[in-house]
Design a protein around this ligand. Structure first.
Ligand code: ZN
Length: 193
């Protein structure tokens, strides 16, 4: 199997943005990012400092689909495998927007149950790509805990974990369900994976 390199990772991001018509914005380079962080904090979605340092966010409108990243694709700041997972995950949010429209984004922002549900679906991309590239299943408990930063309640985190455990059983058999994972894996296979 080929090895994940910086070039392949950059190529992956490029391919995904071409397929889904997205633009990446490096968070540090966008003067609006602090306003976005402040708004997320205000809406009690995420602590602004946590967001600025660690998290990606996808914001879609009928005109543009922007994916704000906390790193440069192919850069050294974040492990390459994690970059591939995150890229696939964020493109799943783009798919959700395409399927469900502007109302989806509003609901995502204001309804924590809805947000938890949509994150579960997107986290499946992380599991799928991680499994395809390592033959290991990401731990559903740790993945669910990662959503604590989204200010979900303990009860919501437990529901998330249950759904991720169910997904893990399918992922462990090599099954891919999410569209961006299929698109991404097809491209990686062409690179020798
Ligand atoms: Zn997400």
């Amino acid at each position: 199997m080929a090895k994940l390199t910086r070039d392949i990772t950059r190529g992956y991001f490029k391919h995904m943005s071409k397929v889904y018509d997205t633009t990446y914005v490096h968070k540090q380079s966008d003067p609006n990012i602090k306003a976005i962080a402040f708004a997320l904090d205000l809406m009690r979605i995420m602590d602004d400092e946590v967001f600025l340092e660690n998290y990606a966010i996808t914001i879609c409108s009928p005109r543009r689909r922007l994916i704000y990243l906390p790193f440069k694709p192919g850069g050294r700041a974040v492990p390459l495998l994690q970059q591939i997972e995150l890229c696939t995950h964020e493109h799943h949010h783009v798919r959700q927007y395409d399927r469900l429209g502007v109302g989806h984004q509003t609901k995502y922002l204001f309804d924590a149950d809805y947000r938890a549900h949509k994150e579960v679906r997107a986290l499946r991309c992380n599991m799928e790509m991680h499994y395809k590239l390592t033959k290991r299943v990401l731990n559903p408990h740790l993945l669910a805990q990662s959503l604590k930063a989204y200010r979900l309640s303990n009860a919501q985190i437990r529901v998330v974990q249950k759904h991720l455990e169910e997904a893990a059983r399918v992922v462990a058999q090599g099954g891919i369900h999410n569209h961006p994972s299929k698109v991404g894996w097809r491209w990686l296979k062409k690179q020798g994976f």
